[in-house]
Write a protein of this length. Structure first.
Length: 219
């Protein structure tokens, strides 16, 4: 986490020293920005049932002091995420979940461009001293094996390069169920792209432990 007193007005060195010596107080909650697209934003769901509020409740139930900021924009690509990462990384943000790439896939964008955009986002987070959880996606096979290999590899490659936490598939909580086709009917919205509220709960359950690791890193 950034400096404990980064959000406290400077009252004078004497008062600050007194606070340091006599009263440390509880650590403030970790503020996590969830930078993503419609999957992060909560497309098609009541505000309280989207990814961010459900993840915040999941963390709170496990005793984690965290505040999540919904920085998801429906339809956003990795390029869009890069264009707004600067104003997402405000001084209050201690950590960031980066979950982008789904719309790059839908548009068949060059994986090399997507990789460069994600690289820029992770570089910005590194420069801001913000811990990151990079969330990947798995490309379908309809663009060919070379495209799929390049797209799928960019997430673990970049996570290793920057030393950030990595979760391999945003939809893992649903896609890894034994009856995948049945799960898609039960846990996805009719468009077959976005999870319903029950699906989000599975996604949160699968990803939650990694977010707890992210909080530990931020602290």
């Amino acid at each position: 986490m950034k400096h404990l007193f980064s959000r406290v007005p400077l009252l004078g060195y004497g008062v600050l020293a007194l606070g340091l010596n006599l009263f440390a107080g509880p650590a403030p909650a970790v503020t996590i920005a969830a930078l993503g697209d419609s999957l992060t934003q909560g497309y098609g769901l009541p505000p309280e049932e989207g990814f961010v509020p459900q993840m915040e409740r999941w963390l709170s139930a496990r005793g984690a002091e965290a505040v999540l900021i919904n920085a998801g924009v429906s339809g956003d690509t990795t390029a869009g995420g890069l264009s707004r990462v600067g104003w997402t990384l405000v001084s209050e943000v201690d950590a960031m979940i980066v979950a982008l790439g789904g719309n790059d896939l839908l548009r068949g964008l060059d994986p090399a461009a997507s990789r460069a955009n994600l690289d820029g986002i992770l570089k910005a987070a590194q420069d801001a001293d913000v811990a990151v959880l990079l969330v990947g996606l798995s490309a379908p096979g309809n663009y060919g094996p070379a495209y799929k290999a390049a797209f799928d590899a960019m997430y673990p490659d970049l996570a290793a390069r920057y030393g950030v936490l990595y979760f391999d598939n945003f939809l893992k909580g649903i896609s890894n169920l034994p009856d995948r086709e049945g799960a898609m009917r039960v846990y996805m919205q009719p468009d077959g792209i976005h999870p319903n509220a029950k699906g989000v709960a599975l996604i949160v359950e699968a990803m939650g432990p990694k977010v707890l690791e992210l909080i530990d890193r931020a602290e």
